[in-house]
Ligand binder design. Structure first.
Ligand code: NAG
Ligand code: NAG
Length: 240
């Protein structure tokens, strides 16, 4: 999870101020404060923690294994429900900054975690659970591969400025790292995590992100072909 801190601190600096978004109403700001206070309490934080302390708490929780992850979801999903219809208008760096009482940079990072966790605990839940140990292996043992994606992204943004296409290349790089260690299923997870966290503060890039496809496992495909040809052969026999 360490790398994620790095990730969001550089990812959005370039453009997060430039975008024009609908204003989050006061009620939305206070709702997010309330929802987050309840969420943080599960980690025994009585006020907004530093990003570093938050990451440490998440890492401890994830190190408990798949049940640790499931528990995070039991805390994150009520948070999402609590924010309710204020998302997406209030899921912005500006609103998070006010609601959580943090710097813009920290707000961007909390927003990125928010996007990634919401994917992991909903659309991606079954995939993350079934692939949990491989997924954890990347976090614990292959962080450098993910950092390399960041360095590459960083260099592109420094040289050419922020663009959705640079963000798209970053998502692709992240996808490749997950594919390398966790196969097709992992690639699907890595792609979605990178995308969910990136577009949370750059919704205008959403349509330009690479698709996260769930490709069929090669072994399963071979098996499918064999079954198919067997059925064609048997059909030929049956029809003489
Ligand atoms: C919070 O504190 C309680 C009581 O000390 C403890 O049982 C629990 O494990 C702590 N939760 C976390 C996530 O550290
Ligand atoms: C990104 O580039 C800046 C400026 O060269 C550098 O200070 C920073 O360490 C780089 N970050 C990464 C992750 O490469």
């Amino acid at each position: 999870m360490k790398v994620l801190v790095l990730l969001f601190s550089i990812l959005f600096i370039e453009h997060s101020l430039a975008q024009t978004q609908a204003q989050c109403p006061e009620a939305g700001i206070s709702q997010i404060s309330t929802c987050y206070a309840a969420y943080f309490k599960n980690f025994n934080f009585t006020s907004t923690p530093s990003v570093k302390d938050y990451v440490a708490a998440i890492t401890r929780q994830m190190a408990l294994g798949v049940n640790g992850f499931k528990e995070i979801c039991q805390w994150a999903n009520p948070r999402l429900a609590c924010i309710g219809s204020y998302d997406p208008v209030c899921a912005t760096a500006t609103a998070f900054q006010q609601a959580l009482g943090v710097s813009q940079n920290d707000a961007i990072q909390f927003l990125g975690f928010y996007g990634a966790t919401n994917w992991e605990c909903n659309a991606g839940y079954n995939d993350v659970v079934s692939d949990y140990y491989c997924y954890e292996n990347i976090h614990m043992n292959h962080d450098q591969d993910r950092v390399n994606c960041l360095i590459q992204y960083n260099n592109t943004v420094i040289q050419q400025g922020f663009s959705c296409s640079a963000l798209g290349k970053f998502v692709q790089c992240y996808t490749n790292v997950y594919r390398k260690y966790c196969g097709a299923e992992g690639a699907y997870i890595g792609c979605n995590i990178a995308k969910a966290s990136s577009v949370e503060d750059a919704p205008f890039c959403a349509s330009q992100m690479p698709p996260c496809t769930k490709s069929i496992d090669v072994n399963k495909l071979v098996l499918l072909r064999k079954k198919l040809s067997a059925s064609i052969i048997s059909q030929k026999f049956m029809h003489g």
